[in-house]
Design a binder for this molecule. Sequence first.
Ligand code: ZN
Length: 181
Amino acid sequence: MVPFTSKGYYSWVMNQRPPDPFTQRIWRNIAIPRCRHFLWLLHHHRLPSAALLHRRNIIESPLCALCGEYEDQHHILLTCPRARRIWRLLNWSSAPHLQSFRDLWDAPELPDADPRMLSAIITAILWNIWKARNSLQFNGCFLDPQQVIRAAITDLQLWSHRVPTGTITAALMEFQNSFVI
Ligand SMILES: [Zn+2]
């Protein structure tokens, strides 16, 4: 029976929805809440890319300020030349060819590790690609791929203190050792 109160109705609606397996990757993740929220925005196609802001009549152009292509979140994070250089340096050659950022979780380049750490590694990379894009867009400051990856590693080191487990540290070391910067 459908409940009468708005609170009861809301929880009834939420219970009717099919489970979303990707939410595990957002919330079972050692990243800080701000970055998990960033992942949630991506999952719901709400990252404020030029394309999204253009669609909402907030800015005039939907094009990437760096390369001139249509700038949706897929472009920012995976296919923009700036992102491609970062993925290449990470030895993660499959990334720019994926259909969705969600496919990163199935990539063969990932270390074999605790799912919370795997999600954190991907979150840290995506988050820092997004921050580098904003740094250029709003401050005119270009961060080279090495700087972006170092920033991602620094984030991961900080986040790893959030959980008292050696497996997290081991995965972080394996990730760091998988490329040379
Ligand atoms: Zn671009």
